[in-house]
Design a protein around this ligand. Structure first.
Ligand SMILES: [Zn+2]
Length: 341
């Protein structure tokens, strides 16, 4: 019996020396110290031994048990260290692998179009003039030939503030008056980009906030030919040299005569399609010779000075160039849309 216990201890210790995982330790413990282990059974059976053998066997069995438990504690430390080492090896960062690409932001499609428009007009000598977005009724309407009862005001519903006569501008045109009053009597060549606001239902073609780029040239001997030359050159540079440009009569309260400028439809080549509403032509901007009264309101004598003005929507420009059919995409912050530019 004593020899068996000695042998049991030896076998168990040898087995323990080969264990190198925590799971292995648990299995070893069940096998050698568990309820069904040989050692436990032996300890339980001590009571059935002859009385003279009991103390000797009992004492030795207890000693073996303690030795095994101590060995287990020691082995646990060794195995835990091993497992840590293995984990560190497995999870080691390989610094030679290529990194994950950083997602870069980009300019908003409308901003990109604005930059393109600035470039083209800068090449023709136009400066950028920034005007305010919160305007007075006087600048937004009255000085542009729209007195309070003028029917053309129906085309420009806006947001009014709680202060009488203060509103969000409906177009960039009040900037014309501000520019003229600042530079009179010098000649002027500016573009006036910025946000405008309309109190309208939001649809595929209308937003309550949008951009406009206004242009204004004032000087001596400026004629309709200058207007046509500048705008045709602009249209060809923006939309491509092979685009046809046409001018149609139109009406704006602050220009006389007024025109609308079309280009032939690049998508169908003039054949007619959904984008050009089957006309073969697409409107790109409105323009005209500055109305004499508007010149006068800006401080210029219409007998000596003439000028032309134009206005366009960069959203619409982008929609035409990229075949986008809904203006709401621009301001709904959908990255699937924005990431395409
Ligand atoms: Zn077309």
């Amino acid at each position: 019996m004593l020899d068996e216990l000695k042998k049991l201890e030896k076998t168990a210790l040898v087995a323990l020396g080969q264990v190198d995982t925590v799971a292995g330790l648990d299995a070893w413990r069940t096998e050698h110290l568990g309820k069904k282990s040989l050692l436990t059974t032996t300890l339980r059976g001590v009571g059935k031994l002859p009385p003279e053998e009991r103390p000797v066997v009992g004492k030795l069995a207890q000693e073996v048990k303690t030795a095994l438990e101590d060995a287990l504690t020691e082995a646990r430390e060794r195995v835990l260290a091993l497992e840590q080492e293995r984990a560190a090896k497995a999870e080691r960062v390989d610094v030679t692998l290529p990194g994950r690409p950083v997602s870069l932001g980009r300019l908003h499609p409308v901003t990109q179009t604005l930059h393109r428009i600035y470039d083209i007009f800068a090449q023709m000598g136009f400066q950028v003039y920034r005007a305010r977005e919160v305007e007075t009724d006087e600048y937004n309407f009255q000085l542009l030939n729209m007195p309070p009862d003028h029917p053309a005001r129906d085309m420009w519903s806006t947001f009014f503030t709680t202060r009488d006569g203060i509103l969000l501008r409906t177009h960039t045109s009040p900037g014309q008056i501000r520019t003229m009053r600042e530079y009179c009597p010098e000649p002027i060549r500016v573009i006036l980009p910025g946000r405008c606001y309309r109190y309208e239902d939001v649809t595929a073609r209308h937003e309550t906030m949008f951009y406009q780029v206004e242009g204004l040239a004032v000087g001596r001997d400026i004629t309709m030919a200058d207007l046509k030359g500048v705008l045709a050159a602009f249209a060809k540079r923006l939309y491509g040299d092979d685009r046809q440009v046409r001018f149609r009569c139109s009406y704006f309260p602050f220009t006389e005569p007024s025109v609308e400028v079309d280009i032939d439809c690049a998508i169908c080549g003039g054949e007619g399609c959904r984008v050009c509403k089957h006309t073969g032509w697409v409107e790109i901007l409105g323009a005209g010779m500055v109305h004499p009264q508007v010149l006068r309101n800006g401080g210029y004598d219409p007998e000596q000075f003439t000028g032309f003005a134009f206005g366009m929507g960069p959203e619409r420009v982008t929609m035409l160039k990229s075949e986008i059919d809904d203006i709401r995409y621009f301001y709904s912050n959908d990255l699937r849309f924005l990431a395409q530019f």
